[in-house]
Design a protein around this ligand. Structure first.
Ligand SMILES: *Cc1c(COP(=O)(O)O)cnc(C)c1O
Length: 466
């Protein structure tokens, strides 16, 4: 039957197969969903499977799965593989702790707290700051929203909404803001989308005008979400100017740094988050810019009493020993909670804060390489701006949706498209810090070679325009 040693041997064999396969086929062959169950045996059956067959099925599954760690994957706001972080995550699986109490997590609690403390210090939060590891950037935004709601309306938790409350976020911000307004009982219609400028940053004057208007109409403004790295353009909202407004009207200021908040690790890029110490909460995803395995999301709170106020609950069956400070369940959304801290800690411990800075700087350097390339080649049009790791472009005026889909279906490279104002474009993301400058130039080369061999792509566009 099963035995951890033989399964780990099998694991190592499968890892060898996968790493080899990634080298030979950096883009996995796409299986049409209609043919998926015929292509791979995914069925669950009454009887046990024999070992050799089990290994074959696993091999088929892992080699057919989209490869997110290779140098041809640019589709998402994560990519690559930081091996020291992978090591930490594998250990977390073996240890299988739950992060709610010191009694069952022990030193893992200290690891989580160390990451939170160091991060709070880096952004200039005071001695009362604290944080937690939610299940992702969307959940981080949700927790921030709930804290802002409870600070403004202390009876909301027990009575529900008394007066209509409004929250503010830019039209370029993450879609979780709308869902969270609904989950928090505030209502999607009470989300005010503030206009962004030509570079995709929230316009503070528009924000203030909307707040004034809402107050005059009997609404209770309570929360502003500003974004450090918008999902499409990678733009940074001006925190300092937004903080002037949130302080004036006593609103909670959250900075959603899920995408590019890790820029706090770079002395050169910290400037993009100027004013961050004036926020009430800040979140960042280490599984995006820092390259840890998913999920690794951190929310920091300037005054920890809000975290306790909104999320703690007594439970004598759970909290039986130690103090609140070491029983992390008192400040989390969930009860049972996966250990997402260890993988980040193993990475940070091994490369140091300076190593994390290099990881961040590398991505901005690669972005410069990509932007220069696009700017210097007349067949390209650039739609994005400096100081961003999203490089948005079109090539030879080819429909970006058609081109992205063709590149994916023909196993050339995996990249996505996005829109800003009235333009739609390919969005290259240089978030994989294990890539080199050559890998970025190779991306353009494989794209150009593909178009060269498939002239119909260009012809289609010309036909459409004629
Ligand atoms: C990715 C992202 C999120 C969501 O984070 P998840 O961990 O995927 O839930 C939120 N905000 C921004 C700006 C993002 O880029």
């Amino acid at each position: 039957m099963s035995n951890i040693n033989t399964d780990l041997t099998l694991f190592n064999e499968l890892v060898e197969i996968l790493l080899d396969d990634e080298k030979n086929y950096p883009v996995a062959e796409r299986i049409d969903p209609a043919e998926l169950y015929e292509s791979i045996d995914l069925s669950l059956n009454d009887n046990a499977i024999v070992d050799e067959e089990f290994k074959n099925v696993l091999q088929n599954v892992i080699t057919a799965t989209p490869k997110t760690a290779t140098n041809l994957f640019f589709n998402q706001l994560f990519g690559g593989r930081q091996s020291k972080a992978v090591l930490g995550d594998l250990l977390a699986v073996l240890l299988n702790n739950s992060m709610y109490t010191y009694k069952v997590a022990g030193p893992q609690v200290g690891i989580e707290k160390e990451i939170i403390n160091q991060s709070c210090n880096m952004i200039g939060y005071g001695p009362d700051s604290n944080g937690t590891f939610p299940t992702g950037g969307s959940m981080s935004n949700f927790m921030a929203l709930v804290m802002g709601r409870d600070r403004k309306a202390p009876n909301f938790k027990s009575k529900g909404m008394a007066k209509p409350m409004t929250l503010y976020t830019s039209e370029e911000s993450h879609y979780s803001n709308a869902k969270n307004a609904s989950f928090a009982g505030v209502g999607r219609d009470n989300v005010r989308y503030i206009k962004a400028d030509a570079e995709g940053k929230m316009i503070p004057a528009e924000l203030e005008a909307q707040i004034v208007n809402d107050i005059a109409n009997g609404f209770v403004p309570f929360y502003v979400n500003s974004t450090a790295g918008t999902t499409v353009l990678g733009a940074f909202d001006p925190i300092e100017e937004i903080a002037d407004i949130t302080e004036k009207y006593d609103l909670w200021l959250h900075v959603d740094g899920a995408y590019c908040g890790s820029a706090i690790f770079s002395k050169k890029r910290m400037e993009l988050l100027k004013g961050i110490e004036r926020s009430d909460s800040f979140s960042y995803n280490a599984h995006k810019m820092l390259g840890t395995p998913l999920i690794c999301s951190i929310i920091l709170v300037n005054d920890k009493k809000h975290l306790h106020n909104s999320f703690s609950n007594d439970a004598t069956y759970l909290y039986q020993t130690d103090q609140d400070d070491f029983n992390l369940g008192k400040t989390s959304f969930q009860c049972g909670r996966r250990n997402d801290a260890l993988k980040f800690w193993t990475l940070w411990k091994s490369v140091g804060t300076n190593g994390l800075e290099q990881i961040v700087d590398q991505q901005f350097d690669l972005a410069d390489v990509a932007r220069d390339y696009v700017r210097n080649h007349p067949d390209y049009t650039l739609y994005s701006f400096d100081d961003s790791i999203s490089i948005c472009f079109n090539y030879k005026a080819i429909d970006p949706k058609v081109l992205c889909t063709a590149l994916y279906e023909n196993q050339i490279t995996i990249v996505g498209f996005g829109s800003f104002n009235n333009d739609t474009f390919i969005r290259l993301v240089t978030i994989n810090a294990t890539n080199s400058k050559e890998d970025i130039l190779n991306f353009f080369k494989v794209l150009e070679d593909y178009v060269e061999k498939n002239t119909s792509l260009v012809a289609q566009k010309e036909l459409a325009n004629s």
